[in-house]
Design a protein around this ligand. Structure first.
Ligand code: PLP
Length: 486
């Protein structure tokens, strides 16, 4: 981020474009047809149906020339691949962990961790769940307890560390269940479903002190650790002159075990588990050849392992760690200027629109965040992601579990979008905000039992002044203000 002479902050790109992908620009009629075909679920859209893909920053980041060059040196040995040893060296350097286990992606790490540590009756406290994390821990018989601070649910806030874990809630959870029922405390850096909100180092230190007192291990999900470290540097007193590498080291020094999806901060694919403790490594390692692949490739291509090694080191560069956070800060500021209710302060992953404030005429069972994601797509060709009640699965007795937050995430993958893209999205979302009463709700037509947001299909329903064919009426209003081919 640099300051312009008029005082504004500009997220300055510290890279140049070398390879491009031509984007389609489907008309509003084509977008309406596509979202209907996709059952109003943005996961079921095809790339050819959209202009900007802001579904996720997972595996969609632009890789560096150094990452691509390294991938050409991949050693494809089934066992003993030199590419693995390069990754293990990078993990030692960046995380200070002696032991590394590659796995095919973040959820594979969650699967193995659940298999080793989560038993029926266990309770796992965490600053916030992630969808796949919760699914694995629950399938292993555990219960997930989200004990983020109350401020995390205030979407209009200036609190810097909404990803903090509530220390008093942690103490009462330990008191209630007993430390022997808690296999570990999980800290997610940054808390994705809260809007990519970071935790502070001070908070992690407090969690560590409690963990030491009750002899409970800490697991840190480091999928977004570059972003969390960057926000600590920008926001936490005492860290302004520390390097990203030093901050990452300090975070990991407080973890017993870490795992990550390398698809995010690390701008590659794959995932890994790492630890300083041999006894933990010895527990998990035998499962890797059973579920993933041999220990030196873990189910990922060795090209990706090479690019992960480079991506990990690049993540310690301040610009690389913060490039998404800076652009998101700009994006959030521009949406706020237009009056669009958006989660503040800006976090990682993307800009998060608060669908409850955007659509006050909708109630939770009408899935406001799902409806808003579909409406944004119709008006812009931009694919966002519902992060609200649709993303929660029903309770075992079939009761709808209402999400505290109803967000639409417009993800900002690293080094992919330009300011012109961001300005376009801001304009279309602002137009939609001025037509918000036209947006109705959604209801499920097909609802899978687990992780229903991936494959579920929905249809429009009336809500407030919006009719049940609100999707069509919205497209007509758009054509009146713009034109058919916009
Ligand atoms: C914080 C966090 N943990 C775990 C995962 C799961 O990782 P993957 O998608 O690589 O399986 C994700 C994915 O987005 C994530 O954001």
């Amino acid at each position: 981020m640099i300051k312009l002479s008029d005082g504004r902050n500009l997220p300055l790109d510290m890279h140049k474009v070398k390879i491009i992908q031509r984007l389609p620009f489907p008309t509003v009629e084509q977008r309406l047809a596509a979202i209907r075909e996709a059952g109003f679920n943005t996961f079921l859209l095809r790339t050819r149906d959209m202009f900007l893909d802001m579904l996720t920053d997972s595996g969609t980041n632009a890789q560096s020339d150094a990452q691509l060059a390294a991938s050409m040196e991949a050693d494809d040995a089934y066992a003993g691949s030199e590419s693995f040893y390069k990754l293990a060296e990078a993990v030692r350097e960046v995380f200070g962990c002696e032991y590394t286990l590659p796995v095919h992606q973040g959820r594979a790490a969650e699967h193995l961790i659940a298999k080793c540590f989560v038993k029926p009756g266990h309770v796992i406290p965490m600053n916030q769940h992630f969808t796949t994390t919760k699914a694995h821990f629950v399938m292993a018989g555990g219960t997930v307890e989200e004990i983020c601070i109350d401020e995390a649910f205030n979407t209009d806030s200036s609190y810097s560390f909404k990803g903090n874990l509530d220390i008093e809630k942690l103490k009462s959870l330990i008191f209630k269940h007993g430390a022997d029922k808690i296999p570990f405390i999980r800290m997610e850096s940054t808390a994705n479903l809260l809007g990519g909100q970071p935790f502070s180092m001070a908070n992690l230190k407090e969690v560590r002190a409690i963990a030491d007192q009750y002899k409970i291990p800490i697991i840190v999900d480091t999928s977004l650790i570059g972003d969390n470290a960057y926000m600590i540097k920008r926001r936490e007193a005492g860290y302004e002159n520390r390097t990203i590498g030093e901050i990452i080291h300090e975070i990991i020094s407080m973890a017993d075990l870490i795992y990550m999806s390398a698809r995010k901060s690390c701008t590659s694919r794959g995932g890994l588990i790492a630890t300083r403790k041999k006894e933990i490594y010895d527990l998990i390692a035998p499962l890797v050849p059973v579920y993933e692949g041999f220990l030196t490739y873990g189910g990922i291509s060795t090209r990706e392992i090479e690019s992960m090694a480079v991506g990990l080191r690049e993540m310690t560069d301040e610009y690389t760690a913060g490039c998404a956070a800076d652009l998101i800060e700009y994006f959030v500021a521009r949406l706020s200027e237009k009056g669009v209710p958006v989660v503040t302060p800006a976090g990682g992953v993307g800009a998060h629109i608060d669908a409850m404030r955007f659509l006050p005429h909708l109630d939770h069972p009408q899935y406001p965040a799902g409806a808003l994601a579909a409406a944004i797509f119709i008006c812009s060709g931009v694919r966002g992601m519902e992060r609200g009640t649709v993303s929660m699965d029903r309770d075992i007795d079939g009761t709808e579990l209402i999400s505290e937050l109803e967000l639409v995430r417009l993800a900002v993958p690293r080094r992919v979008f330009t300011l012109s893209h961001i300005e376009y999205v801001v304009d279309r979302v602002a137009w939609l905000y001025n037509h918000r009463e036209m947006i109705g709700g959604l209801t499920f037509e097909y609802e899978p039992e687990m992780l229903r947001f991936f494959l579920g299909r929905l249809k429009p329903v009336a809500a407030g002044k919006a009719a049940s064919n609100w999707d069509e009426k919205l497209a007509q209003a758009f054509i009146r203000d713009f034109s058919l081919d916009m």
